[in-house]
Write a protein of this length. Structure first.
Length: 487
């Protein structure tokens, strides 16, 4: 296929050449009606490119042919049989993918270290989750993806499960044995869905972990805005084989997705695909070398312990994305969240992630010598200034087994049940009717339907005292909890 073509961008160029006068949405009419004070900050070009897809970039005679051409090019670029663009972000795409495989009341295997968007999907879709617990790294207090044997055991226990949803890479860059898990799923004739939100770049360089389509996954969801070059909310479904129906996927996407898709998302997805096909290897090669320089330089700084391929050598993960610079900061006497706050306040450096133990920086093809120097200078300043950071009460991190809570009710049933609000000191033993997800990183410690324990409560309460945000809890202070009412 001709990857110099960019059907959506070309359609916008043609729209501008024609000089159409529009009497439909969007109401700003390509920037004519935008407040100049907004345009001064955002840029008028954003509004000029915000065009209705139908009867703008495309028309009914072509039946959205512009978009379908762009999607065909994307599929060809990454080795998928089909690709579909989504403008609602992978949070919604993952829900769609789950619903394309398992309907209400049906079973679906899920990694328990899933982001809250996945657990939300369980509530919305009404599936019965069969949790596959991650491989826990005690030294780093970090969850790595589950292994093929973990999946095989759960499928034997639940032969009526409709498939598996696997999260890889994790927020911290550790990766699953996708091929191994896919082959286990296929032994049981069920599909493997990958939430590969952090992996849009993987098809374009051999030095990166295996790309889901190359590793025999059936359906892969990527967030191109995370490690690629498209704007926020840019998501793509990639599909192969016949275990997931393309028709069902389109129907479910139509059920959950927006009817006002953003042309800005389509435009930038189209352009990023061309960039990666034409220049991706060289751009990512430079980024890989840059990330390695940063990791080595950070490792020479006192109190910083970067994570790298040793997690693979230790048998804790199947692979590691080297573009994730993940650094343990506990030897500085502060948490990762404190370090991230300090770097933002004192050095104006915003990191990609942090938790009680570590910080992370995502290195992409967009980084250059200047951003590399800025990051390293900021890390050096952190090691020199860490003594000045106020010491806070530590977060009480539970034993890994304490995080594997009993699932007493289906998440959907618990979420929509009659509820009581009880003081935290009386919540142990009750069934949660809400998600409680410390941010960062946004993985629910308690999911609806799970039985609350004292160990988890101690972790959450000590986290709040330390400064952890829990935005999705009914009471973010966790002084009270929302639980299923007793009758």
């Amino acid at each position: 296929m001709d990857h110099s073509r960019v059907p959506v961008l070309e359609a916008l160029e043609e729209f501008r050449r024609r000089g159409d006068t529009v009497f439909g949405p969007p109401g700003h009419k390509q920037g004519r009606g935008v407040d100049p004070r907004v345009a001064e900050i955002v840029g008028l070009g954003v509004f000029r490119s915000d065009v209705l897809s139908l009867n703008g970039l495309d028309d009914r005679r072509q039946s959205q042919g512009v978009l379908s051409q762009a999607q065909e090019l994307m599929a060809d670029a990454v080795g998928a049989e089909q690709a579909f663009f989504s403008t609602c972000g992978s949070s919604l795409s993952v829900k769609t993918a789950m619903l394309a495989v398992a309907g209400p009341g049906e079973k679906l295997l899920l990694s328990r270290n899933a982001h809250k968007s996945v657990i939300s999907g369980v509530v919305v879709n009404g599936v019965e989750p069969i949790w596959v617990h991650p491989k826990f790294d005690r030294e780093r207090h970090l969850a790595h993806p589950p292994e093929p044997d973990d999946v095989r055991r759960r499928l034997k226990e639940h032969p009526d499960a409709k498939g598996m949803l696997l999260i890889t890479p994790t927020d911290w860059g550790t990766c699953a044995d996708v091929r191994g898990v896919a082959r286990v799923c296929h032994e049981f004739d069920v599909p493997l869905i990958l939430d590969e939100a952090w992996g849009a770049h993987l098809p374009f360089h051999p030095g990166l972990p295996a790309w889901g389509m190359d590793a025999e996954a059936d359906l892969v969801v990527t967030s191109v805005h995370k490690m690629g070059g498209a704007i926020e909310q840019s998501s793509v479904f990639h599909l192969q084989y016949d275990r997931v129906s393309p028709e069902a996927l389109k129907q479910r996407e139509d059920l959950l997705g927006t009817t006002s898709a953003s042309s800005l998302v389509y435009l930038t997805l189209d352009g990023w695909r061309r960039q990666m096909v034409e220049q991706g290897y060289d751009l990512l090669d430079a980024a890989l070398h840059r990330a390695e320089r940063i990791r080595l330089a950070a490792g020479d700084l006192p109190g910083l312990r970067p994570m790298g391929q040793e997690v693979v050598e230790e048998g804790l993960a199947a692979d590691f994305d080297p573009l994730k610079v993940v650094i343990d900061v506990r030897e500085l006497g502060v948490s990762g969240m404190q370090a991230a706050d300090w770097l933002r306040d004192e050095r104006h450096v915003d990191l990609g992630g942090s938790d009680t133990c570590r910080i992370s920086a995502s290195i992409t093809h967009a980084d250059d010598d200047e951003t590399e120097k800025t990051l390293l200078d900021a890390l050096r300043a952190l090691t020199e200034g860490a003594e000045s950071i106020e010491r806070r009460p530590p977060v009480h991190l539970p034993e890994p087994s304490a995080l594997e809570l009993e699932q007493a009710m289906l998440p959907r049933e618990a979420f929509f049940a009659e509820v009581d609000h009880v003081p935290a000191d009386r919540a142990a033993g009750r069934i949660a009717a809400e998600m409680i997800s410390p941010y960062p990183p946004g993985v629910p410690v308690i999911a609806p339907g799970e039985v609350i324990t004292d160990e988890v409560l101690d972790c959450l309460r000590s986290g709040v005292d330390h400064g952890v945000l829990i935005p999705d809890a009914a009471d973010p202070s966790v002084k009270t909890l929302r639980v299923v009412a007793r009758h």
